[in-house]
Design a protein around this ligand. Sequence first.
Ligand code: ADP
Ligand code: MG
Length: 724
Amino acid sequence: MSENQHPITFRELAGLDLSRLKSVGSGKRKEAFEKFGIENLADLLTHYPRRWIDRTREASVGELAEGLDALVVAEVRSVQSSPRGRGPQRVNVVVGDDTGTLSVVFFNQGWRERQLAPGSLVALHGRVSSFRGRLQMANPTVDVLGDPGERPRPIVAVYPQSEKIDLPSWVVRRAIDETLSRCRQRGLSDPVPVEIRERYSLVPRHEALYDLHLPETFAAKEAARRRLAFDELLRVQLVLVMRKRVMERDQLGIAHRIGGPLVRRFLDTLPYRLTDAQVRVIGEIERDLADARPMHRLLQGDVGAGKTLVAVEAMLVAVDGGHQGALMAPTEVLAEQHASGVSRLLDGLRIPDPDNLFGERAVRVELLTNRVTGERRREVLAGLADGSVDIVIGTHALIQEGVEFSSLGVVVIDEQHRFGVEQRAALRDKGGEGGRAPDVLVMTATPIPRTAAMTVYGDLDVSILDQKPPGRTPIVTRHAVGPLGSSEVWADVRERVADGRQAYVVCPLIEESEKLEVASAEETKARLESGELAGLRIGLLHGRMPSADKESVMDAFREGRLDVLVATTVIEVGVDVPNATAMVILDADRFGIAQLHQLRGRVGRGSHESVCWLVTSPADEATPGLVAEMGPRIEALVSSDDGFFLAEADLELRGEGTLMNKEQKGRSDLKLASLRRDRELVEIAREAAFAIVDTDVTLSDHLELKDELSLFLRPEDEKFLFKS
Ligand code: ADP
Ligand code: MG
């Protein structure tokens, strides 16, 4: 390698071609690596093992028995391919060790004949069966462990395999071994400052890479994994934290005045006391508002935790100082509900106004969606531009061309996950006076675990509303089995309706087709009308109905002219009818935890006890009523009503997939780290990122770290990190 004597950086390794390695060369081997996406020595060292085999604990052939799911390491003795003819092609292999032999058969995998050279050592993983009185494994997974010359190791790393690419694990191991030994003289550079490595007990990078690929003990391998997973998480956090700090540095916001007359009147006339959590969160928000740096804060709170009140308080702080507030919701229905809810909350509230004959005027709240048209729209737009509209509530219509604010001071965005970062930025750009950025509060009713929030929303500060207003009757959640639910479910609904209450019935989610979903809702309504719920007044609500029809159905339900509302998931967010005390979710196992929790949040809004029935189909249609397995998701819902607990459970069950889609996950920088398993590491990485960035915002004293960021995070990765 080169003459320079400083330790070797990843950037340098990334510039070295695989043909540098004697064990690879520039022929077929190199091609095989390249097909795996391994082009240079940095790619090679970060091509991590899929698993590790503990050679000290493996089964010997003599210990195998029929029915066992076994891992066995043995030598290939013979390979024989059946002649092509009728039936599937077979490759018969005999493997053995000191204790005996085992026959292994592969169907339709002719290439195994080339892969399994007699004399090579292989690890086979599969179910042991018996064929004509002999033990055998059929189509096991195979790892070629080594060429016969390889030094025996206590732990053997196994790399991802592909049947199309001939790149056995021992070839990868040998290439990595060669790379690391040839780096030994100069050593591999470690870009993470030594104080940070010491503070968090992280092993040096060179050692970590060696111990991950070629470990002597499992403890060493674990320490190595921890260190390298930390590096991945640190890179992610550095980007987020830098972005946050740069925004804070470069954007000039409004230093709002706290404790103005309007806010005081508003809080004094509330018919209830704020919860402790609301007091705390309002304090956190007010501190940001008072600061000249613009706020970028995420407000997480379960359904019903009282986020609206917090949002309104923040907007009133702006109004108090002569600025405006805007609340953006993801759908027209939600925007309309927010508008009427906020208007109600502010009803009678007056704002001091010296220009007015009476010295004050009412706070003006307006709605702006694409449904607001003609003269009405012109009035609202004029009011926004001249400052006479104090608070505007709307959809993405708010960020369209032609919407001008006099002085936008606070922006609240509801249901963040439906908006991209671009929209957040667009609303921010509608700016306050003199180009000052408004303060932004993002609200979400979908709690996500703390460490995940740090990654997905890592450029925002987070406030958590983790307490619900008192006086709520808890929701009882029950599981029922049956094609349309057991009679118990419908008897309960009838009883509640007889008592004057109302119920929702949510129809199965059909992801592939909204048309089918609607059909199933219509069918369910018809079946219930002529069967289990005959005689009740039943309405239908789904996404394909014209808006006016949706409105009139919702009005009828709200006003009690309907007993039961059969709906698709359109009722997931925002619908608020306190008299509805039963929710029946059909085929509940088709929904995710978060969605079930959202749906359940539609009940339990009044003083009457509410129930949520989660209905699943019997495992065996022929014997309805048979107790079916609840499944872990339903079980979680039945056992808890705490959104944060459920978010943790969801992450536990489904992994990162709940937070990032597959494509994002595939492209993100997290190969070793897992947001689920490595929570402590996420926290540590974030802490370390702040420690580094707060003394060096542009990383100009940490050039190697900075360089690694651009090496590892491609532009689209960066973009992903900032999308949420
Ligand atoms: P979220 O938006 O978090 O789902 P909301 O803001 O809609 O919750 O509040 C749910 C209900 O609780 C509303 O009817 C609201 O008036 C009421 N509420 C909010 N804060 C309190 C409080 N401190 N005490 C009593 N009721 C409250
Ligand atoms: Mg501010």
